[in-house]
Design a protein around this ligand. Structure first.
Ligand SMILES: Nc1ncnc2c1ncn2[C@@H]1O[C@H](COP(=O)(O)OP(=O)(O)OP(=O)(O)O)[C@@H](O)[C@H]1O
Length: 362
C-alpha cells in the first residue's frame, strides 16, 4: 500500500528578520497541520508578532520561506500578495468596521451570490450565538460579543490558516476563559490551522495542541502543553509557566549534595554548577515535632527546616513562604485550599525528586 504524503497546512522555514541591525527573528521554523491550534508563546518583544506579520504578508523576511499546503507562498524573491494567501487575521482590538452592521462585517470578505453569503453569515452567527444581533451595529455590542463577530468574520471565507494576535487580551478577565473555550470549539469545527500569539502561559495551555515557546527571536522549545510544563528545556522555560524555587549546588560524582539531600545529576562533570528547579506545588511540607522532622525517603530526600515568613490565601490554594535555616533563603510552597500557618512557625520541607528539574547554571 502506498502512503500519500500530506504536506502541513502551514510550513515556516528558517525565517530571519532584523530591524536596524538587530536580529529580531533568528532561524524560526515550524509547521502546523490542518485542524491544529498552535500557540506562539513568549515574552513581550521576542518576535511573535513579527512572525505573524511575515506569514500574513504584511512584512517581509530577510531569509527563509513559507509554504501553505506544500505550495510556496513567499521566499525572498517570490511573494504571493496578502489578499491571495487564504489566511485569516484576528487581532486584539477586533477592528470591526463601525459603520457596517454585524451581518455586513461578517460578509465583508465573502465571495459568492447574495444567497450564499447570507447563508454563511447566518450559519456563523448562529454558531457564535449572535443570530439575534444580525442587524445590530458593532457599538451596540459588548466586548465579548464584538470578539465573537470578529471571529465569525475571520472564519467566514474559510481561510486555510487563521492567525490570531492576542485575540482575548481586550476582554474582561472573567469572560476570557468562556470565550476561549467557545472559540476553540468553533476553530475545531472549522478545521482550520490556527497560529495564536500570546504572552500568557495560561492561555496557551488552555488553547494549544502545540506550544512554540519563543525567546529572543528563537523557538527554544515546542511540544504539547503537558510536555512544556513537565519537561522544560531550561530554567527560563520552567519559570515562564509558574513561580519556581531554585537551589544551587555543584556536581560530585554524578550527585549534587544540597541541604535537601543528594540529587542525581548524571552526565555532568564534577564541579559543574547546577540549578535545581522546583515548582511551589512540589515542595512537601511537614510539621516540626520538638525539633524533629519526617524521616528521609528515596522519593523526597532529606527534610530541611524553615520558618514561616508569610502565608496568603490565593483562592484555590495558599502560598506559604519559608525562610530556610540552612542559608536564610526564601522558598515558596503552595498548598491546596486553606493552609495559613502563623509567621514564625517552624516547619520541614522536602523536595519531590520526580518533580524537580536540574539544569547547568548559566
Ligand atoms: N517595524 C519595526 N521596526 C523596528 N523594530 C521593530 C519593528 N517591528 C518590530 N520591531 C522590534 O522587534 C522586536 C520584536 O517585536 P514583536 O512585535 O515581533 O514582538 P512580540 O513578541 O510580538 O511582542 P509583543 O508581545 O509586545 O507584541 C521588538 O523589539 C520590536 O521593537
Amino acid at each position: 500500500m502506498t502512503q500519500t504524503h500530506v504536506p502541513p497546512r502551514l510550513q515556516v522555514e528558517g525565517l530571519m528578520r532584523s530591524f536596524g541591525g538587530r536580529q529580531v527573528l533568528d532561524d524560526v521554523s515550524f509547521s502546523i497541520p490542518a485542524g491544529q491550534v498552535t500557540c506562539l508563546l513568549g515574552p513581550s518583544g521576542c518576535g511573535k508578532s513579527t512572525t505573524l506579520r511575515i506569514i500574513a504578508g504584511v512584512d517581509m523576511q530577510d531569509r527563509g520561506r513559507i509554504l501553505v499546503d506544500g505550495a510556496l507562498v513567499c521566499d525572498t524573491v517570490f511573494r504571493v500578495p496578502p489578499e491571495r494567501r487564504a489566511i485569516g487575521l484576528m487581532f486584539q482590538d477586533f477592528a470591526l468596521f463601525p459603520h457596517l452592521s454585524v451581518a455586513e462585517n461578517v460578509a465583508f470578505g465573502l465571495a459568492g451570490s447574495k444567497a450564499e453569503k447570507r447563508a454563511r453569515v447566518s450559519e456563523l452567527l448562529d454558531r457564535v450565538h449572535l443570530a439575534r444581533h444580525i442587524d445590530s451595529m458593532p457599538h451596540a455590542l459588548s466586548g465579548g460579543e464584538q470578539q465573537r463577530v470578529a471571529l465569525a468574520r475571520a472564519l467566514a471565507p474559510r481561510p486555510r490558516i487563521l492567525l490570531m494576535d492576542e485575540p482575548f487580551s481586550g476582554l474582561d478577565e472573567r469572560l476570557r476563559d468562556d470565550i476561549r473555550d467557545e472559540t476553540l470549539a468553533l476553530l475545531k469545527e472549522e478545521g482550520t490551522a490556527v497560529l495564536l500569539v500570546t504572552h500568557e502561559p495560561h492561555e496557551a495551555m488552555r488553547m494549544a495542541d502545540e506550544i512554540l515557546l519563543m525567546r529572543d527571536g528563537r523557538i527554544v522549545q515546542r511540544g504539547a502543553p503537558y510536555n512544556l510544563y513537565n519537561a522544560p528545556v531550561d530554567r527560563k522555560a520552567a519559570a515562564f509557566f509558574s513561580d519556581i524555587n531554585v537551589l544551587t549546588g555543584r556536581v560530585q560524582g554524578a550527585l549534587t549534595p544540597t541541604p535537601f539531600g543528594d540529587f542525581l545529576t548524571p552526565g555532568l562533570a564534577d564541579g559543574t554548577a547546577v540549578d535545581i528547579v522546583i515548582r511551589p506545588q512540589h515542595l512537601k511540607i511537614d510539621f516540626d515535632r520538638a525539633g524533629r522532622g519526617p524521616n528521609p525517603t528515596a522519593q523526597d530526600g532529606t527534610p530541611a527546616r524553615g520558618v514561616v515568613e508569610r502565608a496568603r490565601f490565593m483562592g484555590r490554594e495558599s502560598l506559604v513562604e519559608f525562610r530556610m535555616e540552612f542559608d536564610g533563603s526564601l522558598l515558596r510552597a503552595t498548598v491546596p485550599n486553606v493552609f495559613l500557618p502563623k509567621p514564625g512557625t517552624p516547619m520541614w520541607l522536602m523536595i519531590r525528586r520526580d518533580r524537580c528539574f536540574v539544569f547547568p547554571s548559566v
